[in-house]
Design a protein around this ligand. Structure first.
Ligand SMILES: [Zn+2]
Length: 299
């Protein structure tokens, strides 16, 4: 099965890459939404977990390939991978993300930029890689040795100063080695990383979460990150229990979806188990996900 979905955004070629999957508690994923409702959208397993993709975005750009988010990586213990049902081992590279990159002809050394929406383990876990035989403590190295890594300055600060509520999601081996190698490009607020690729603050899940926009000609793709992790989270009140500031998420969703709807943006969903990319439509009650007829065709 193919590990990449390729489509055009104006003159830019983009790929959604299969970085594997994980399972998280369904109740935590849907916050105050009753199970009676959410289990019709995504069916939980016997441990009440729902399947989630780890879908990364690769933008082919004149400056070199740009990777957005990096999945879970290969540094976590067996116990950790069992709790979250992490399924991301690669056949050729360390993880499925490297396999997917190989499928579109990109070596890790070629990646010019890595942009993290935020630094939770399932978004920045593949920033670094454990070298050496499995089960042995090898050195942790940058997974993309020639890349500049981009994140909001506030997010890196936030990740370096965890508390009892946030610590389980922020694992320093995913971002401290990037700091040690002096490879962070820290941005503040909305910023253009290279022509046609912008980061847009979309806080709520965490205080300095950002989404990523790829814009070319009249087309725009928005990689939502955890602002709207799956297509089931498109309706405004369907907000994760994990979000630290759910009412901030709500207002950012309201603003972004209004814009995405009116401007016919393409939206990329990082964690949706089924749909990688689509648009939003609207009826009198709420926004609705609209899949693309042909993900490989003219979008
Ligand atoms: Zn997150």
């Amino acid at each position: 099965m193919s590990l990449a979905t390729t489509f055009s955004v104006g003159a830019l070629t983009c790929h959604l890459l299969d970085g594997g999957s994980q399972r998280l508690d369904g109740g935590a994923m849907f916050g105050v939404v009753p199970k009676q409702l959410w289990q019709r959208r995504i069916v939980p397993d016997e441990r009440n977990r729902i399947p989630l993709a780890l879908r990364c975005l690769l933008i082919e750009h004149d400056v070199g390939p740009i990777l957005v988010d990096t999945g879970v990586g290969n540094k976590e213990s067996e116990k950790f991978c069992d709790i979250y049902a992490v399924d991301n081992v690669g056949h050729h590279g360390p993880t499925r993300l490297e396999d997917a990159l190989a499928e579109v002809g990109v070596q890790p050394e070629a990646i010019r930029y890595v942009i993290n929406t935020h630094l939770h383990f399932d978004h920045g876990g593949g920033n670094t890689v454990l070298k050496g035989p499995k089960g042995q403590m090898g050195p942790v190295e940058l997974a993309f040795p020639n890349a500049t890594y981009v994140v909001q300055e506030g997010e890196l600060q936030f990740a370096m100063n965890t508390n009892e509520r946030t610590a389980a999601s922020y694992l320093p081996h995913n971002y401290a080695p990037v700091a040690e190698a002096d490879r962070w490009q820290l941005v503040r607020g909305e910023d253009e990383i290279v022509p046609g690729v912008r980061v847009l603050p979309t806080p709520g899940h965490v205080p300095y979460h950002q989404s990523v926009l790829a814009e070319s000609e009249d087309a725009t793709l928005c990689y939502l990150g955890d602002l709207i992790p799956t297509t089931a989270h498109v309706p405004l009140p369907w907000i994760m229990g994990y979000d630290l500031e759910p009412l901030v998420t709500l207002e950012n969703k309201r603003q972004l979806l209004a814009h995405a709807h009116d401007a016919r943006w393409l939206l990329a969903f990082e964690h949706d188990p089924e749909h990688g990319v689509g648009r939003v439509g609207k009826d009198e009650k709420s926004y609705k996900f609209e899949p693309l007829d042909s993900p490989t065709g003219d979008v």
